[in-house]
Structures are given as C-alpha cells and as structure tokens.
Write a protein that binds this ligand. Structure first.
Ligand SMILES: C[S@@+](CC[C@H](N)C(=O)[O-])C[C@H]1O[C@@H](n2cnc3c(N)ncnc32)[C@H](O)[C@@H]1O
Length: 250
C-alpha cells in the first residue's frame, strides 16, 4: 500500500540538493568521515552501512578503507550522484530496510537523516538499524544539538549560490516537541523557485537513553564533532551537533 505523503518526499529532492551541494565540500565531508572512522573504530574488514547516504559524500571517503560499504537512500537521483563512490548502492526506505538482521559490523546515519517521523516511527527506524548490526556492532547517529537550539530557538539565514541563485531559510525549534521546523526557499537565477519545510526531531542525551533502552542498544558516548577527541567530556551545550554512539547488546 502506498505511504501517505510526507514532508521529506518534497524536501529531499532538488530543493535540498541545490541548496547544500556546494556547502558540503569534499574537505568537510572528509573531516566528517574521519570522525566516523574514529568513533566507529572502523577497520579494513568491516561491513558498514551508510543509512540515508544521499549523494555518497561519506561513502566515497570511507569505502576504500573498509571491507564493504553499502549506501542506502530513497532518492534515485542522489544515488546516481553516488555511483562512483565505491559503495554498493541500494534504493530503500529507512522504514523497511532491505537487509538481513546482523549483516553489518557498523551502521551510521549522518546529518539528521534518521529521525524524520513521529516518535514511534523514529524509534522503529532506530530499532531496525540496530537489528542490522551483529551483536557488539556499533551504530553512530548524527543530528543537530537540541541543547544549543534550546538557547536560540529561532534563526534566519540566507546565502548565495554559485549558480547565481539564492537560498533563504527560517528555523524554529520547539523544545516541547524536540522538533525543528526549517522553511527553505531556493530562488534560482532564472527566477523559478523551490520551497519546502523540514520537521526534524533532535533527541536530547536523556531522551537517547530511553530510545536506546527500547531497542537493545548500549550507549557508549554522546558527543559532538567538536569533542570527538575528548572522550570524557559531556556534550557541550553550544556544540553544533550531537553524535550518539552505541553498541548492539550481545
Ligand atoms: C540531510 S540528507 C543527508 C544525506 C547524507 N547522509 C549526507 O550527510 O550527505 C537526508 C537524506 O535522507 C534521505 N531520505 C529521506 N527520507 C528517507 C527514507 N524514508 N528512507 C531512506 N532515505 C531517506 C534523503 O533522500 C537524503 O539523501
């Protein structure tokens, strides 16, 4: 049965790609891949899954270093852009992943790509991702930092695109629901316009404990890209992002 239409169906097409493609530089993606490598302790024989891999910017950096890198995403155009990443690419949905339980040593989801639905569905997406790990395998989930957003609940931004277009966005974070609503417009150089709203859910460290308990996940660390090298620090309220690392219980 077809699923009801959801904001992500419209948001993750040309609107998202055109607005971020030149911001997500190879240098930034390489840095983030280094954080993934370090925190997941990736090794040359590991079977690794990039959940919602988009245009393959992390898969490209990591696939030469591991035994197998599989990238899954729902958008066929993004997957086409990932085709020279060295990853095995699979078109699939986070809500019904087409892999056998226990198939991977490590799973990651970067850039607020796992929690797009209501809390029950988000918990199911996390549980499904954890079930793909072998016992003892590691998962890393990256999203914006709700502690930082709580201190600055509204933000506006605008930037020019190399194509001559412009992006404008307004974000409003609601600490009651833990959801950030980001309204974004791309005004292209030819005057045509794309627009959409994303409603992303960011979980606090305390909420992560509850999420993990529900799906056989042992949280190893809640950190940020700023603090990846400092294992004893608690998540900084001002850090730009939150990274949860956990291990599937045996
Ligand atoms: C913010 S992008 C991040 C992509 C990539 N992780 C990165 O950091 O560049 C979110 C990704 O989630 C994908 N996506 C959205 N809903 C999905 C779903 N239900 N199943 C699989 N992928 C989905 C989009 O197509 C998009 O590639």
């Amino acid at each position: 049965m077809p699923r009801p239409r959801h904001w992500a169906d419209d948001y993750y097409g040309d609107l998202y790609y055109e607005s971020v493609a030149d911001l997500l530089t190879a240098r930034m993606s390489g840095f983030e891949a280094g954080v993934l490598r370090q925190l997941l302790e990736l090794g040359p024989r590991d079977r690794v899954l990039d959940l919602a891999c988009g245009h393959g910017r992390h898969a490209r950096a990591l696939s030469p270093e591991v035994g197998l890198l599989v990238g899954v995403d729902r958008n066929p155009e993004y997957l086409a852009r990932a085709r020279h990443s060295g990853a095995v690419l699979v078109r699939g949905d986070l809500r019904s992943l087409p892999f056998r339980p226990g198939s991977f040593d490590a799973v990651y989801s970067w850039y607020s790509s796992l929690f797009m639905y209501d809390d029950a569905e988000n918990a199911r997406c996390l549980a499904a991702a954890v079930s793909l790990l072998r016992p003892g395998g590691r998962i890393l989930v990256h999203h914006d930092n709700p502690l930082r957003l709580n201190g600055k609940r509204e933000a506006q931004d605008a930037w020019d695109l190399p194509s001559g277009g412009r992006v404008e966005e307004t974000s409003v974070y609601d600490p009651g629901t833990g959801r950030d609503s980001c309204t974004r417009r791309v005004i292209r150089a030819d005057g045509s316009m794309l627009a959409g709203v994303a409603h992303l859910r960011y979980y606090t460290p305390e909420e992560w404990s509850g999420l993990a308990a529900g799906c056989g996940l042992e949280i190893l660390r809640i950190t940020s890209t700023w603090q990846a090298d400092r294992p004893t620090e608690r998540l900084d309220d001002d850090a730009p992002d939150l990274i949860a690392i956990g291990r599937r219980s045996a």
